[in-house]
Design a protein around this ligand. Sequence first.
Ligand SMILES: NC(=O)c1ccc[n+]([C@@H]2O[C@H](COP(=O)([O-])OP(=O)(O)OC[C@H]3O[C@@H](n4cnc5c(N)ncnc54)[C@H](OP(=O)(O)O)[C@@H]3O)[C@@H](O)[C@H]2O)c1
Length: 379
Amino acid sequence: MTVAKRPIIHILGLGSMGTVLAVDLIRFTNALVIPLFRSKEKLDKFQIEGHSKISIRKLYEEKKPLVECKVEEAQCPETFNSGIIENLVITTKTYQTKEALAPYLKYINSHTNLILIQNGLGVLEVLKDEVFVNKSERPQLFQGVISHGVYQESGFTYAHAGWAGMKVARLPWNDDEMIQTNSLVKRDYAENELVNLLMSQTFAKEFGMEHMSYQEMLLGQLFKFLVNCCMNPVTAIVDCVNGEMVDYCAPVFRSIIDECLTVLRVAYKPLFAYENQYKGNEDYVSLTVDSILNTEHMVKEVIRIGCDINERNSSSMRQDTLYLRDTEIDYINGYVVDLAKKYEMGAAAANVNKTISELVNLRLGLNRTRAQQGDWRQQ
Ligand SMILES: NC(=O)c1ccc[n+]([C@@H]2O[C@H](COP(=O)([O-])OP(=O)(O)OC[C@H]3O[C@@H](n4cnc5c(N)ncnc54)[C@H](OP(=O)(O)O)[C@@H]3O)[C@@H](O)[C@H]2O)c1
């Protein structure tokens, strides 16, 4: 009888997303979960001051229970000397990915499963063009689109504010592999260690995991991307809570969404052509793309989800500008600007998103200057 091997999963970015995932992986799977810290100083802080414990407060449950877990092993670039990494979860902010990966590149090869669990788009392009340039050494790539809402309470304790699940799919390295067959999805489900782990029964139920084809996930990812392209920068620029702008935001959302969709239709052509091309084909999932990714429908959806359902929320980008942290704007509206350039769509093709990105940077700069030099409006 062969004894089943214990899966090992490294987590790069033990913040809100990394912790909520790590806690459930520790509780509901037999995997060895190893967080990777940025420095020896951070690792010591975690092990000595934090006693190697991570906690999640489940705000969505009646008594808001605190779930605490002990982490068996943790590493940082100075201590890491294992062999090839089998499974690597990236839960840093998008703009931190390249730098965070750098110390571990020699431990990643074509057998490594690497999953990006981040908002926004554009990290794939960074990995392709700047990190894994040698095609034969590229890892098996996956994307997780996470809808759980989590924020830091203190230290290594995080508050899980909203339970909403996570979608996972194999992320193709090349545009011509954007459309996946059901057979490929089934093969990953049966054979890939990372997919097996994430889809193991108890964990998948507790975390709300769904495994699907890339095109199916991409539809959800672009939907979420458009919500983020509107809610994040606009709330940050005008400094408001989501619901406050409900009666006034439709025109600016329409301008943003219309331009985003014009650019995304070029960059993700196979998805927008999918409905007609694959309808009725048994080895391909059936998808409705056009009735979802169109400007009028999306304006209504962004207002419904962003300003009505989450009316009391303060967006993550607004929080970043208020707390003077870098934002993910380059991977949200800025990504649309990059795509318009890449596909040579003309100088004005992404002017709305360019201006929106510039205004977010202006807001952050202004908040930083006011924090250092005082607010001229009060003088
Ligand atoms: N929070 C949410 O509710 C939510 C929901 C959906 C999607 N997302 C997306 O998920 C992604 C992660 O967001 P988050 O909220 O989890 O961010 P976060 O709380 O800031 O976590 C990022 C973590 O990455 C770590 N990190 C940064 N650089 C590193 C490096 N070089 N080496 C090792 N660790 C490093 C940070 O550690 P340091 O403290 O050392 O910098 C931090 O612990 C983002 O793309 C976000 O948009 C978040």
